[in-house]
Write a protein that binds this ligand. Sequence first.
Ligand SMILES: C[S@@+](CC[C@H](N)C(=O)[O-])C[C@H]1O[C@@H](n2cnc3c(N)ncnc32)[C@H](O)[C@@H]1O
Length: 398
Amino acid sequence: MSTLEIPPPPRRPARARIARALFERSVAGLERLEVIAPDGRPLRRQPGAPRMEIRSDAFFHRLAASGKIGFGEAYVAAEWAADDLAGVLSAFAERLSHLVPRPLQRLRRIYEPLQPRVERNTPAGARANIARHYDLSNDLFAAFLDETMTYSCAVFEPGDSLADAQRRKYDAICDLAGVGEGDHVLEIGTGWGGMAMHAAATRGCRVTSITISREQKQLAEQRVRAAGLERRVEILLCDYRQLYGRFDKIVSIEMFEAVGEEYWPEYFAVCDRLLAPGGRMALQTITMPDDRYRASRRSYTWVHKYIFPGGLIPSERAIARALERGSRLRVSSATEIGHHYPATLRAWRERFLARFDEVRGLGFDETFRRTWEYYLASCEAGFRHGAIGDVQLMLERR
Ligand SMILES: C[S@@+](CC[C@H](N)C(=O)[O-])C[C@H]1O[C@@H](n2cnc3c(N)ncnc32)[C@H](O)[C@@H]1O
């Protein structure tokens, strides 16, 4: 089932030598990292720190050919290994902007790949992008998510299981939107129905929830029926741009990252059109600081190539600008919850690795295992260092 393949890197010895020199210079400045060269020599010695072991010179060829994308590809191709992958990636995340020397950073536009046009989030493009991730297999996601099947940042209190923390997050989102008895709530981005079911069961509301993943719709509907909530929760296979109606409240959890910058004002215009007078919206989204967002908004990264085609993480300022351009909605409160993401991601990664034999039985191979291990660990590293955050916003009409 997994069709991922990492071909060998192009061999250009002179460039690989330059890449190696730049890499050695960068790691010399990193804190809490031990790095071992392919010949077993330490490039940076720091006993007790997370250890990166470069196993093949192919690593430097990949760095030379495709920079940070090559760094991830080399992990997947087993050209380097780590005793604590998230720890190693955290050490790099800390100095992300210094890894590439300044003069080369200015030339980034020339040498960095751009998003392929087919990955733009037109309605057809969005369907294809979402299918590549969410239609992989419901059983794959069930293997590593908790029983609520929630695929977004949880909010932990001491003693919480992952499922408790996901329900706590759902409650916070319901409170933010002011969801109450008798409300008709729109959810944009169903996942597998966890939020819709929780809101209907605990708040006495009706929920219409939309997704553009066929697999998700099928399983979410099954779960709604199994919970006896089919009269309160409907799941539609529908792009947000194609929805009509009037809703008392809107909630959307970590779906905005799939919208794409060119569609942000339209997304908010749609929310404004669908929201009843006096209604409120709760939006949870991953964010990054505005300077990083501006520097990287056109970058095509490893995560785009292998995990989330068409994805783009906004900054809170960029969200505020898009709200102003597309709607009468404005941010009336913001709660940062990104510090809960490392624990969420770690729980997913531990479950994914522990249950990989089952996942292998679904048809996913070793390349897939390393790809998803790298994905979950690199996100954890990003959140640990505040390179990315996660925010719950309350949106109201001015
Ligand atoms: C990261 S998942 C989050 C799911 C869920 N909210 C949760 O917290 O578990 C993103 C969701 O957004 C949905 N989505 C992405 N693009 C969409 C679009 N254009 N229209 C409607 N739903 C979309 C996906 O199908 C998926 O269900």
